[in-house]
Design a protein around this ligand. Structure first.
Ligand code: PLP
Length: 500
């Protein structure tokens, strides 16, 4: 069975959402613009779903339009804002027209800004808002540039890293600025309180398929009084704000998801999600000692982990995960010919290798504990299967020596090489057993009998033979087999080392 861990890309459809969509296609199939009974029933459904969206989003005022998804919502918001900025400019008085967008925004945002700016022949200046190493916007920079800004676009949470924006900080930086403010809320739906009205957010696009509704349905919130220009005109649907017969099956499905959010029975609470993430994070750390997380967990959505493993390319890791039935995504954009480093991680100023080797693991609020346990077991198996992963640096060995259970230290050098180093060449009190590589087959069975959680750490003079030994043990299915990188040549014993 495959385990899907790419929920930030898209999610499966909730069974009750599929059922609601099917019921619309087969029964409540009317056109909500028709005035006969069939149409009126469809209209009632449309009104009911919009009312629950208003409750869930705490948006009793303003417009809440059904769209085809976030990309459409973003285009509509950008078009509306740019048309307004054009009339402010044409009215004279040096109205600010600078277009600002977070450096880590989803591509849909800068692409929409560029597209409409060009198409309308505006020539407004565009600038990315820098982010810090934690992925959050540079608020001092924003406050300094806000007086010149006509439109500011900042996402609520990042799709690659899960980093949650400081929306209150952004609102404060924008206070007094004439700028319109769009918050791409795709990754926040059902996960974060957006306080759209208190924060005076002008536009907030949402997408159904990121939260267990089907693809092709979304929402756009428009603050009461915010400028609006329809992107689609025609039959006058959605109060003339978005023409086209409504996607009733998608809307019904979205309604079922909103009901689930309201009744609190379907999705896990925050504490459970944090526990699941902590479990996955420990499995990753134990299995890949050279792993680093690319975003601070306390500032990120509890359903996202973005990490890189030094020495293992993201493609290699993804292949290993895929073979284990774990579907994660490369945190970097993969072109047809080559994997590009993640622009999000680059914008955060992370080292090039981290940006190039990133993996995103994102799970849903419906994954149960048994599935998370199984995912952790498979992550550990992946760790064991990657020979490149058997290296342990000095810091990691020191950490292992402090942890329980105590590692088994194995010297794979030949007896004549040991000279005067005795039984504790790594440090005073760190007792090691001797198992020269030439006689390794005789010893393997003994280590395989150890409890699975006991790490076996091999070392030699340079790290070459110990790597072979670790790989041999891993090939027999033991994940906790390691080799000291650089061997004794690169090792300097800690001053006070005790067998922990
Ligand atoms: N914004 C963010 C943050 C996203 O993650 C996505 C989807 O990947 C989009 C916008 C685009 O959403 P949609 O697929 O509904 O057009």
């Amino acid at each position: 069975m495959d385990i899907y861990l790419d929920a930030n890309a898209t999610t499966p459809v909730l069974p009750q959402a599929s059922a609601a969509a099917l019921a619309v296609m087969e029964e409540t199939f009317g056109n909500p613009s028709s005035i006969h009974g069939t149409g009126l029933r469809a209209r009632a459904l449309l009104d009911r779903v919009r009312a629950s969206a208003r409750r869930v989003l705490a948006a009793p005022t303003g417009q809440l339009l059904f769209t085809s998804g976030a990309t459409e919502g973003i285009q509509t918001a950008v078009l509306s804002a740019l048309v307004e900025l054009r009339s402010r400019r044409d009215a004279g008085g040096n109205a600010p027209t600078l277009l600002l967008y977070g450096a880590t925004e989803h591509k849909a945002v800068p692409a929409a800004l560029k597209h409409w700016n060009q198409l309308l022949g505006l020539g407004f200046e565009m600038q990315p808002i820098p982010v810090g190493p934690d992925g959050r916007h540079d608020l001092a920079w924003l406050a300094e540039n806000a007086p010149r800004a006509g439109l500011v676009c900042t996402m609520a949470a990042n799709n690659e890293t899960g980093v949650i924006s400081d929306l209150d900080g952004i609102a404060a930086a924008l206070s007094g600025s004439p700028a319109l403010w769009m918050v791409d809320s795709v990754q926040a739906l059902g996960k974060l309180p957006l306080k759209l009205i208190e924060r005076r957010i002008d536009y907030a696009p949402f997408s159904g398929h990121k939260l267990f509704a089907p693809k092709g349905v979304g929402l756009l919130y428009v603050r009461e009084g915010a400028p609006f220009t329809p992107m689609l005109t025609g039959g006058g649907q959605e109060g003339e704000l978005r023409a086209g017969t409504e996607n009733m099956a998608g809307i019904a499905a979205l309604g079922a998801v909103l009901d689930a959010l309201e009744d609190g029975q379907t999705f896990h609470d925050g504490a459970t999600l944090h526990r699941h993430r902590a479990q996955l994070a420990s499995a990753l750390q134990e299995s890949f000692p050279a792993l680093v997380f690319n975003a601070p967990p306390d500032l990120s959505l509890p359903t996202t982990l973005n990490f890189s493993v030094r020495g293992i390319a993201s493609r290699q890791l993804m292949d290993a995960f895929d073979a284990a039935g774990l579907h994660v995504s490369g945190g970097s954009a993969c072109g047809a010919a080559q994997a590009l480093p993640s622009f999000v991680l680059e914008a955060m100023g992370l080292p090039a290798w981290q940006a190039a080797a990133a993996i995103r693991l994102s799970f849903g609020a419906t994954h149960d504990s048994a599935l998370i346990d199984e995912a952790c077991a498979r992550i550990r198996a992946c760790g064991a299967s990657l020979p490149a992963n058997a290296g342990l640096n000095a810091a990691r060995l020191l950490a292992l020596m402090q942890a329980r259970p105590t590692p088994r230290l194995v010297d794979v050098r030949e007896p004549h090489e040991r000279g005067a180093t005795g039984v504790s060449p790594l440090g005073v009190g760190w007792v090691c057993e001797s198992a020269p590589l030439s006689g390794l087959p005789h010893h393997l069975a003994r280590w395989l009998e150890l409890p699975a959680e006991v790490p076996v750490v091999f070392f030699c003079r340079s790290g070459q033979r110990s790597a072979q030994a670790a790989r041999a043990l891993r090939n027999l299915g033991r994940a906790q087999a390691w080799s000291l990188e650089g061997g004794l040549e690169m090792w300097s014993a800690p001053e006070t080392s005790t067998q922990a």
